[in-house]
Design a protein around this ligand. Structure first.
Ligand SMILES: Nc1nc2c(ncn2[C@@H]2O[C@H](COP(=O)(O)OP(=O)(O)O)[C@@H](O)[C@H]2O)c(=O)[nH]1
Ligand SMILES: *[C@@H]1O[C@H](CO)[C@@H](O)[C@H](O)[C@H]1NC(C)=O
Ligand SMILES: *[C@@H]1O[C@H](CO)[C@@H](O)[C@H](O)[C@H]1NC(C)=O
Ligand SMILES: [Mg+2]
Length: 239
């Protein structure tokens, strides 16, 4: 075997109901596939007790597998990844949501794909092959499709799912990309792929299914959408 290690970044904000399940699934699937890994939970002061749940899970699974790097307050998703990555000991970074929208069973597909041609980035796509979205209402589907469509037209990124956040990166590539990124919120996912293209990174895609959260609330609101369009135009003008 190689000595690759996969650091899974799991940002959480009010995920107390989801965290035990996602961690259990991650440990199960990573253990079965035999890859070396660690899970880094980045909690932003969730008022619902997510951090306490994380601490219990750490006791259960061990602090070599579960690493907790919390911050005092909600500082946004983009900076949560940056924060978590600082503590990552793997040479690969996997980013996913903690709300069960991203199923850990897909991780081995990411890893296998990465190995085929030593890709810099593998992104999960809901818009190719067997991929798909379940449980979103028309409004949310429209927003996601619209965001992808607009971005395809303006920036021609050559990637079918720009707003998704289930991805595998070589760590040194992600570090380089993050340094260049200006956005902090949801747009971060899109910006990073655009910047990767400009740097001629090699990007592959694997189909994933995305299931809307059952527990807890989405943090995507009107202000995030406005922010997305603003950033899109900014990237269009500057890259
Ligand atoms: N640490 C941290 N995690 C966040 C923040 N905002 C969202 N998250 C987490 O990021 C993931 C995606 O957020 P979510 O609300 O599910 O977004 P949606 O699926 O696009 O509606 C989930 O695991 C959230 O708990 C934040 O400000 N800080
Ligand atoms: C998976 O977990 C079992 C039970 O804890 C353990 O015995 C086994 O060595 C683990 N397998 C791997 C590949 O880590
Ligand atoms: C990316 O590739 C193109 C075409 O081969 C080349 O012109 C450009 O300089 C490369 N950019 C970087 C950052 O290496
Ligand atoms: Mg979600």
């Amino acid at each position: 075997m190689t000595n690759n290690k996969y650091s899974i970044l799991l940002p959480t904000y009010n995920e107390v109901d989801n965290l035990p399940i996602i961690i259990w699934l991650l440990v199960k699937h990573m253990n079965e596939s035999g890859y070396d890994y660690e899970i880094i939970i980045i909690d932003d002061g969730s008022p619902d007790g997510t951090l306490e749940a994380a601490t219990q899970l750490q006791t259960l699974y061990g602090d070599d597998k579960i690493v907790i790097k919390s911050r005092g307050k909600k500082l946004g998703l983009g900076t949560a990844y940056i924060h978590g990555m600082k503590f990552a000991t793997g040479n690969f970074i996997i980013i996913m949501d903690a709300d069960l929208s991203h199923h850990p069973k897909f991780i081995k597909h990411f890893i296998e794909k990465q190995k085929t041609e030593d890709f810099d980035i593998v992104t999960g796509s809901r818009y190719i092959g067997s991929g798909g979205v379940y449980g979103w209402d028309m409004r949310r589907k429209f927003i996601s499709r619209g965001a992808n469509f607009l971005t395809q037209i303006l920036l021609q990124p050559g990637s079918s799912d720009l707003t998704g956040s289930f991805r595998l990166y070589k760590k040194h590539i992600l570090e380089k990309l993050i340094d260049k990124c200006v956005s902090k919120g949801y747009v971060f996912q899109m910006e990073i792929i655009i910047r990767a293209r400009k740097l001629n990174c090699t990007i592959a895609e694997v189909p994933i299914t995305f299931v809307d959260r059952v527990y807890g609330e989405s943090k995507l609101g009107g202000s995030e959408i406005v922010q997305f369009v603003k950033s899109l135009l900014y990237l269009f003008a500057t890259t």
